[in-house]
Structures are given as C-alpha cells and as structure tokens.
Design a protein around this ligand. Structure first.
Ligand code: ADP
Length: 305
C-alpha cells in the first residue's frame, strides 16, 4: 500500500511534570526526553510501522536535529528522497510538557517546516500520483497543503486531512478531501458546535459535510471516534488502557487509518484498527517512540475481539 505524507517534522523536547502549569507558573518536572515528532513525520512513521510503503515530503534544517529526524524516518523504512534539508532555516522544535494523566501542553517553533513549498510538492509529484492515499495535516503552510490536496484530487488519489493544529479551512480545500479527521477540539473550532454528547458530535460532522465533504471522522480521545457520512453516523468505541502520554495519539490514529483504508478495509474496521493502534501508543512516552508495530496492533485486536 503506497502512502505519501506531506507535512512537518519536529524534534520534541519533553518534560514530565506532576501537573500542567498555569500562565506565569513554574512547575518542576522529573524527567527530560528528546524524541522525534512533528505531525507529518509521526503519521509517516506510523503508516510505515503498520505496513505502508511510505514517502515523506517535508523539510528539516541542516542541523543535528534534521540529521536525526532523517535517520529516524529512514530507520523506519520511510522514503526520504523528497525530504528537503533547508539550507538556511533550522529544524522545527516542539516543547512539550506532559502531566501524570498523560495530558499535554505543546508549543512549536516551525522552523524549516514553514518553507515547505509548491516546488517541493512538484518534485515529489510522481510519487504522490503513484500513491493509494495522500495524508496531510496543518503544520506546514496552507498554500502548500492546498496545492498537494488539489494535485492528488485531480488525479483521483484519496486525501486524508487531519486538520491539526486547528486552523480555518476554506471550502476549496475541503472539496479536495476524501476524509477529514478532526479531534473534538478541532471539530468544535471548525463548526462552532460545543461537543458534549453523541448528538453534538454528529451535528458537528453534518455541518462539515454540508461544506462539501463526503466523510468526517471525529476522534474523541477515551471515547474512540465517530464516522459521519451521508449514510449516517457510526460510533467506534476506544480501547481501555492506562494512558501516560497522549502526545501523538491522533497521528497514530491517522497513520493506521490510512493503511487500513488503503488495504480496502471498511470504515468501521479501519477505525477499530486505528483506535487500537492509538490506544497502545498512549501507554508510552513520546511521539514516534510510542508508535506500535503492525504485529502488536493485530495481537491486541485478537485479544480484544
Ligand atoms: P488528539 O490526540 O488530537 O487529542 P484524540 O484525543 O481524539 O486526539 O485521540 C485520537 C485517538 O487516540 C482517539 O480516537 C482514540 O482512538 C485514541 N486515544 C486517545 N486517547 C486515548 C486514551 N486515553 N485511551 C484510549 N485511546 C485513546
């Protein structure tokens, strides 16, 4: 299954704290970890660990973080032929604090990710057009996301857009998307609906469908995810785990979803697979280090029929 990912690569600097600070407050943490991250790279690595033949199209800086990020992608078997080493701008950095319940606060210096441009996409054109699915998120410039989505759409390649971090989306872009995968907060941001129960999730999904989408999957943390399309709405429950860090949960979800859909699984089965993969990832610290391999997810699903 060939999957292309256009998106960000960051190095995450993670501090574990007993509780999240409020503005102006210093909270003393008990550990510091450096891990590979960035929504695009996370989704690429996830899709590769779940069995996809993955190409990552992005930018890193020409610095130690960029070199490590490229090595990480390569070690996971991700094709980095179209990952550009920016000659001027440094690599993207994310500062993450995680509390004892696995909740986090994240700030990002985008660095080289902000330079990902249309030419970078054009250089990877052949690879994108040979893909079953193109995956996008919103940590690289909007116009690059739109350009990649349009290219894929016009060539009948399915596009999954994970609209994170929350950002306004125009109808033109939505018209190119096969599956939109906001989390609860992003769905609230995009629709103005306050999501409190299954009905409000479905309502938010319907509002997004009215903007020209055919399918929306809203992820709901410990409650799993809801698939909403013109045929109806279907809730796919989460798996119960002891979470310690939810940092890349939605990236793992999206990577797993892409592979499962590319393999021809139906939406319910694909989301179940994605819920299992994401749940496992929340039991470990860090973005890319937390992503399970396909065999582990399959074993988990066999144990939790
Ligand atoms: P985000 O990571 O963007 O905040 P969600 O919290 O919705 O997005 O998580 C994405 C997916 O990860 C969920 O749909 C669910 O499958 C899984 N997930 C997240 N948190 C947990 C958790 N605490 N327990 C089990 N699964 C989880």
């Amino acid at each position: 299954m060939k999957i292309s990912v256009v998106g960000s690569s960051n190095t995450d600097m993670i501090i574990k704290v007993p509780r999240l600070p409020v503005p102006g407050e210093t909270v003393i943490g008990d550990s510091f970890t450096v891990a590979l991250g960035g929504k695009g790279a996370n989704q690429a690595v996830a899709a590769a660990r779940f069995g996809g033949d993955v190409t990552f199209i992005g930018r890193v800086g020409n610095d130690v973080f960029g070199i490590q990020a490229l090595k990480g992608l390569k070690d996971d078997g991700v094709n980095i032929d179209f990952t550009v080493k920016d000659p001027v701008v440094p690599s993207g950095i994310a500062q993450i604090v995680v509390d004892e319940n696995g909740r986090n606060i994240i700030t990002v210096a985008s660095g080289a990710n902000q330079n990902l441009c249309e030419q970078d996409i054009m250089k990877a054109r052949k690879s994108i057009l040979a893909s079953d699915i193109l995956m996008l998120q919103l940590e690289v410039p909007n116009q690059t996301v739109r350009f990649a989505a349009k290219l894929a759409f016009e060539n009948n390649i399915r596009v999954i857009l994970n609209p994170a971090p929350a950002h306004p989306l125009d109808d033109e872009l939505l018209g190119y998307i096969s599956v939109l995968t906001p989390n609860k907060q992003e769905a609230e941001y995009l629709t103005g609906i306050s999501i409190t129960d299954e009905r409000s999730v479905e309502l938010a999904g319907r509002i997004l469908l009215e903007r020209g989408l055919t399918r929306v999957i809203i992820t709901l943390g410990t409650k799993g995810a809801m698939v909403i399309d013109n045929g109806g709405a279907e809730h796919v429950p989460a798996f119960h785990v002891k979470s310690i860090d939810t940092t890349a949960a939605s990236d793992v979800f999206n990577g797993a979803l892409a592979v499962a859909l590319a393999e021809g699984k139906n939406f319910y089965e694909s989301v179940r697979f994605a819920n299992a993969a994401a749940a496992i990832s929340t039991t470990r610290l860090g973005a890319q280090p937390s992503i399970p391999k396909r065999e582990e997810v399959m074993a988990w699903l066999r144990k939790h029929p």
